[in-house]
Write a protein that binds this ligand. Sequence first.
Ligand SMILES: Cc1cc2nc3c(=O)[nH]c(=O)nc-3n(C[C@H](O)[C@H](O)[C@H](O)COP(=O)(O)OP(=O)(O)OC[C@H]3O[C@@H](n4cnc5c(N)ncnc54)[C@H](O)[C@@H]3O)c2cc1C
Ligand SMILES: *[C@@H]1O[C@H](CO)[C@@H](O)[C@H](O)[C@H]1NC(C)=O
Ligand SMILES: *[C@@H]1O[C@H](CO)[C@@H](O)[C@H](O)[C@H]1NC(C)=O
Length: 624
Amino acid sequence: MMTLPWNHIATLLVLPWLLEYSMVISQTDTGNALNDMLEIYRRGQAQLDLENLDESQDLLAKYDFIVVGAGTAGCALAARLSENPRWRVLLLEAGGPENYAMDIPIVAHLLQLGEINWKYRTEPSNSYCLAMNDNRCNWPRGKVMGGSSVLNYMMYTRGNRRDYDRWEALGNPGWSFKDVLPYFKKYEGSSVPDAEEDYVGRNGPVKVSYVNWRSRIAEAFVDAAQQDGLKYRDYNGRIQNGVAFLHTTTRNSTRWSSNRAYLYPLKGKRRNLHVRKNALVTKVLIDPQTKTAYGIMVQTEGRMQKILARREVIVSAGAINTPQLLMLSGVGPAKHLREVGIKPVADLAVGYNLQDHTAPAVTFTTNATSLKFEDFSDPTLINRFNRMEGPYGSPGGCEAIAFWDLDHERDEDGWPDIELFLVGGSMSSNPAISRAFGLKKVIYDTLFAEIEDKSLNAFMIFPMILRPKSRGRIMLKSSDPFKYPLIHANYFAHPYDVDISVRGLLKAISLMEQRGMQAINAQLWEKKIPTCKQHPYKSWAYWACYVRHFTFTIYHYSGTAKMGPKSDRAAVVDHRLRVHGIKNLRVADASIMPEIMSGHPNGPVFMIAEKAADMIKQDHGFIQ
Ligand SMILES: Cc1cc2nc3c(=O)[nH]c(=O)nc-3n(C[C@H](O)[C@H](O)[C@H](O)COP(=O)(O)OP(=O)(O)OC[C@H]3O[C@@H](n4cnc5c(N)ncnc54)[C@H](O)[C@@H]3O)c2cc1C
Ligand SMILES: *[C@@H]1O[C@H](CO)[C@@H](O)[C@H](O)[C@H]1NC(C)=O
Ligand SMILES: *[C@@H]1O[C@H](CO)[C@@H](O)[C@H](O)[C@H]1NC(C)=O
């Protein structure tokens, strides 16, 4: 598949980048430092841009299909639709190229500080994100070829079979687990040796594997979860509840983004697929009389262009930008659109139903060795990366994962409500981490600064709520497509979400009583949040306060263009992902999830894209 010995090339190129980066990271402004590094890197290595599909060609005036956004879904869709040589397909991406520096799994945190992140922030709140600057959580999103699959932590999960059965029960025929399983298998190229053969795909474009390297801490976590009663298993197989070392969207210590998976192999081979980077789509053109989408407006190469779509426009701009673009195009809540001066074309609940997963990370100390900043700047990197040893293949330090159904702990095949995942380092392992989350200085200083002491080893467990009941909303701030939309995360609006977060956190703490954790002398890092001091330490009220402070997003924004039948007033697209009431316009990305699935969504979004591509092919009479 690949002709370049990219693994070695990448090593050689990335080494100076990392070393130089490690020298500047200790300065205060880590964000600018990273930008500078990425810039230096990019200028020197532009020729190594991963995709560069037919970039030289002029854009046509008209395509059969226009796909907006080259993220997880967009790259997969563009690749699949252009399998029909008669269709001309255009893929438009607001961001720039993906490069080899972004490939190294361990540097995942750093990427958020650079320009490949849209850098969204939630609106301020008095009941969540209290530990973050201005009480606003950072909501990173990929702005690059590959979208958020280039920024993400590569944790690979499918969720629970009941998630999809539920989607179908909500009025979406064709989305039950039985129906979507073939699409999971189609994109998966798993080399996980103990994956259950009936459930796994081995030959698909998206590589999935275990990481070569394992820390002693991750082993202790896996032991302790088993001592707590979970089985070690393929959590992407028949039963999800269980514990395992993480399956990751990596291969050979390399990030497997959607761009790498779907577009890189097409380089020089797909004349009918055009890709444009640095191309921001500002509007979908819809005829107000016939209610038919017929093209887009795009800002690229310093000017605004109109490009027409003969068959369809497919919006895959992600759960924040998709609702924004739909609303800018007149598709959204009519009253809200009028308020910002946009003439409504279809009155639909766009932007509502926003869901996310949060996890109030808990810190523990240990006598085992944890990830330290030195690991990112070790001069022996070159050898270690070549041999794919050391923590370089570890996705930002995430190493192991476990699922519990806390409401039915005895049900081996339950529908989990809590996931715990282990990170073999702490908030102080690298200054990029607290910076990425936007932690208040006073919080960092009181809780984590001490761990910078080289003799202290610490790790974190993130108790992630899987099925939140709160719903947020994306709204337009203005009709200007260059202005960011408003993000009302609305975390913890429903009391269940606080409750289950505290229960998950207590489950994480209770694991320290297990032999596995005692063997590494793991102990809760007992530092109190100053602004929770009114509650007795470790009381339920204290932990509820803790949860409202450490509202760490796990970046799973979804649901803002909900799939559902016309009778569902909250639905935006139907079960074939067609926007209700508008012809030739579909949405295919994380926005369509009626309810967020119980896991990390990158895989499920690939599934959505694969299924969308098949439905579009069927609707346009292309049967392979
Ligand atoms: C920091 C981070 C960590 C994560 N970790 C994990 C993880 O470990 N495991 C996991 O499963 N999931 C993870 N996720 C979530 C997962 O990556 C996303 O759910 C998934 O990538 C969403 O895919 P998408 O296609 O919906 O959107 P995206 O991948 O975000 O793609 C949208 C694309 O559209 C482009 N775009 C937007 N607006 C426009 C416009 N107007 N014109 C042109 N282009 C536009 C964007 O630049 C972007 O490239 C993480 C996400 C982040 C941000
Ligand atoms: C991983 O590396 C091995 C050894 O270099 C190579 O044979 C294999 O093709 C690589 N895998 C992928 C998916 O590139
Ligand atoms: C860590 O502490 C545990 C429990 O006290 C002890 O059994 C173990 O030997 C220690 N390990 C190391 C590497 O010091």
